[in-house]
Ligand binder design. Sequence first.
Ligand SMILES: Nc1ncnc2c1ncn2[C@@H]1O[C@H](COP(=O)(O)OP(=O)(O)OP(=O)(O)O)[C@@H](O)[C@H]1O
Length: 301
Amino acid sequence: MNALNVNRIVKNYGDKTAVNGLSFEVSPGEIYGLLGANGAGKTTTMRMVLGLILPDSGSISYSGKQYSKDQLSMLGYLPEERGMYPKVKVSDQIIYLAQLRGMSRKEADKNLKRWLEKFQVPEYYGKKVEELSKGNQQKIQFIASVIHNPKIVIMDEAFSGLDPVNVELLKTTVKELRDGGTSILFSTHRMEHVEELCRNITIMHKSNPVLQGPIKDIKKKFPQERVVVSSEGEIAGLANIVGVTNVARYEHGGYELKVSDPGAGQRILQHALSQGPVTRFEIMEPTLNEIFIKTVGESHE
Ligand SMILES: Nc1ncnc2c1ncn2[C@@H]1O[C@H](COP(=O)(O)OP(=O)(O)OP(=O)(O)O)[C@@H](O)[C@H]1O
């Protein structure tokens, strides 16, 4: 059974439609990507999934059940806007939040200590939030979203404001949660994180779902327009090959070519080989970033 089923939800604010007939499902142990340009309707969707606002029509179910107060303990939320109390001790507020979600004080305390150890910051237990750096407050907020062992976690820009080492730490943690069976609804503008973490995605555009499905299938629908080729020396005449529309030389050697038809790749390879050994040749699949820009870019607000 799916952990989360979103079925044709609609949300209007006056005459403005924020979400228009969105459906998707998330399996247990899956990280699902919810993407879209600013104002596309992602936050509104996440709020509906969290039960903070109700859809005007459509329905959401959690392991087959409709939303009720009981669901509160199975949902976790890492909001984009950070909202910790600066003057309150880390332990006091995390344990309080866990208790609000149905966990005993003792268990919450044990969990918090385990998380702080995992993030190698046990000394934060007794510190006030304002004493921590922004990135470390972010780690505490992450802990707040998962302290009660939720089955479904909604993460909005989970890695913003973190240095590369901490991004890796939290990425690994998100994967571990997934492997432990947690379902994660993951929203971000960082397409490389989506490529790495998500199997299925929805791209929303102006309140509508415009592209949905497994990333690997979505990529097959978009043309392969880039070819990378390298040899020991220079390769002359690449720009004259039929189907090549642009040639860029990498600083560190090799070329990246834009092509307008699929047959151009083989012509490039033959051309390069005719001049000597080829050290690299690759027809690149489109990146999610390119797909995103193609899908929502033209009329991006
Ligand atoms: N409370 C509200 N009242 C009126 N309009 C709203 C409200 N919340 C959202 N909207 C409108 O609904 C649309 C979708 O907004 P939403 O915040 O869901 O987008 P988003 O995809 O999360 O954008 P961003 O990436 O900028 O956070 C926008 O046009 C927004 O102005």
